[in-house]
Design a protein around this ligand. Structure first.
Ligand SMILES: Cc1cc2nc3c(=O)[nH]c(=O)nc-3n(C[C@H](O)[C@H](O)[C@H](O)COP(=O)(O)O)c2cc1C
Length: 217
């Protein structure tokens, strides 16, 4: 029985915008990622920094959700969250994960895998203090991933912290901060016609050197 009136099996698109090869990618995948991110921004794609983050729990069961990329440098990819959240607990036991970006307007996907660790307290404070006041209060008010009886709990928590920090500034909660994924695999995917897509995979060798391979689509 179908739960959806539209025939989803008939939804398809042929990709024809661009092509990708080993030369275009260069030798530094982080720089090339920065180039694609800039192109996605120039194309005015909404929330270009939204990415799927997959982590695994103690039973090796995978969990995926969207988070926002908030920092990118030669070390890796930074996002912020609640350290006590489900993902935070998964990362204590299995400090690794995968990120996926899909910029559909450019017919591009990027897949990234690597080790994940907390960023420094200084990086946390710097980013936390740059956030709007409402987001900083929200970090205090929401026990992320916990079951709550109803929404009023959140609204009440928010008011409590609003009053508590009125006039004093809002400090960063200890349980809130960033993680950096340091990549060991980065794959760039450019859609092509007839499902003959281009895939270029960069893998970190034992000598800490990026190796580049083309994969079949
Ligand atoms: C567009 C978008 C951006 C989001 N950005 C973040 C983020 O940067 N950090 C975060 O903790 N959750 C973010 N979320 C919420 C997460 O998807 C998720 O619901 C939350 O982190 C709890 O996940 P967990 O229970 O697996 O830990 C975002 C959701 C969406 C749809």
């Amino acid at each position: 029985m179908s739960v959806h009136k539209v025939n989803i099996a008939e939804i398809r698109k042929d990709y024809q915008l661009a092509e990708l090869d080993e030369t275009i990618c260069g030798d530094d995948p982080l720089s090339f990622f920065g180039k694609w991110l800039a192109e996605a921004e120039s194309a005015q794609i909404s929330e270009v920094n939204a990415m799927t983050l997959a982590t695994v729990d103690a039973a090796s069961k995978p969990h995926a959700r969207i988070v926002l990329l908030k920092g990118l440098d030669e070390k890796g990819f930074v996002f912020f969250t609640n350290y006590n959240s489900a993902k935070g607990q998964e990362l204590v036991l299995q400090p690794c994960g995968a990120l996926v970006f899909f910029w559909k307007e450019l017919e591009r996907q990027v897949r990234i895998e690597g080790r994940i660790s907390k960023v420094s307290a200084a990086e946390n404070d710097q980013y936390f203090n740059s956030r709007p006041e409402g987001s900083r209060l929200g970090a205090w008010a929401s026990p992320q991933s916990q079951v709550i009886s109803d929404r009023t709990i959140l609204e009440e928590n928010y008011k409590v912290f609003e009053e508590k920090f009125s006039g004093t500034g809002i400090p960063r909660p200890e349980h809130w901060g960033g993680y950096r994924l340091v990549p060991d695999n980065i794959e760039f995917w450019q859609g092509r016609s007839n499902r003959m897509h281009d895939r270029i995979l960069f893998s970190k060798s034992h000598h800490n050197h990026w190796e580049k391979k083309r994969l079949a689509p």
